[in-house]
Design a binder for this molecule. Structure first.
Ligand SMILES: [Zn+2]
Ligand SMILES: [Zn+2]
Length: 92
C-alpha cells in the first residue's frame, strides 16, 4: 500500500516536470525570470481555470497532449501575487 502511494507520488512528480518542460524548457518564471533552482515554480493558467478541483495529473497530461495551451510557469511569489488580480503585482 505504502509503495503504491510512493509510486503515484513519483509518477505525479515526473509528469509535472515533463509538463513544466513542455511549457518552458528553460524552467524559468515567465514573469520575473527566476529559474528552477532558485524558486518553486508553479504551473499557472493565464486565464484562471473555471473548473475547480481538477486532478493535477489530468492537467499535466493535457499539457503533454495538447501543448502549453494557455499555461505558463510562475514562481511561487508571482503566482501568489497574481491571485489578487489577473496580473502579477510585484515590481521586478
Ligand atoms: Zn516570478
Ligand atoms: Zn512577477
Amino acid at each position: 500500500m505504502k509503495d503504491k502511494i510512493k509510486y503515484q507520488r513519483e509518477y505525479s512528480k515526473r509528469l509535472r516536470l515533463r509538463a513544466m518542460m513542455e511549457i518552458n524548457p528553460f524552467l524559468t518564471c515567465e514573469c520575473c525570470g527566476l529559474d528552477f533552482y532558485h524558486a518553486v515554480l508553479h504551473i499557472d493558467h493565464v486565464e484562471p481555470l473555471k473548473q475547480k478541483n481538477r486532478q493535477p495529473n489530468s492537467i499535466y497530461l493535457s499539457i503533454l497532449r495538447n501543448g502549453r495551451n494557455g499555461f505558463q510557469l510562475l514562481c511561487a511569489n508571482c503566482n501568489l501575487s497574481k491571485r489578487h488580480g489577473s496580473q502579477c503585482q510585484l515590481i521586478h
